[in-house]
Design a protein around this ligand. Sequence first.
Ligand code: DX5
Ligand code: ZN
Length: 217
Amino acid sequence: MIKIAPSILSADFTKLGDEIKSIDSADYLHFDVMDGLFVPNISIGLPVLESLRAITDMVIDVHLMIESPSRFVERFAQSGADIVVFHVEAEAPENILPAINSVRKLGKRAGLSIKPDTPAEAVLPYISALDIALIMTVEPGFGGQRFIQTTLPKITLLRNAIERLELDCELEVDGGINLETAKQCVEAGANVIVAGSEIFKVPDRAARITALRACSA
Ligand code: DX5
Ligand code: ZN
């Protein structure tokens, strides 16, 4: 089953509650956190997560684009995240497994993400400990960018590893997703599709979520 995760980075922040209602037929609510260091942009953080947790039952998928994320993974897990994903490039190798385990000890799902230029192999040492692996299909930092085609083989490489090892690990893609690139990602092996501008730019978000699911069927 293909899951759709609208990224609220593309939502109208002056009416975030209504924006979230407009996408509640989706599977996950994708919540992008940026620190201005790991990526050249700053977005939203813990207070906004806590506010949204109070108004929605959706599964909240937190994507941490911050340096040294092990400092913060527990705080996000305790502040309403259902899934906490951080970047392998942003953390010292010896801290990665402990950070994953600390999220899971709190009863939440944990994931690792890679940027477009990071090889898929960077995730492999941790894959059996993951609930989700996130392959960035644009450089992280901004919505509305163009999909990077060279990321597609990495999706297939990780899908093959997940199947070979018979793991219960989801495979998520994020960045530049539209009806056409969603289909390419699903064909390559992804099962969770993040989409920001593709969903929030249209008035009928529910229809676009349905279309994204259908184009990927
Ligand atoms: C980018 C974020 C994405 C972003 C996707 O760094 O991680 O989640 O919101 O936006 P679109 O779908 O517009 O590329
Ligand atoms: Zn994201």
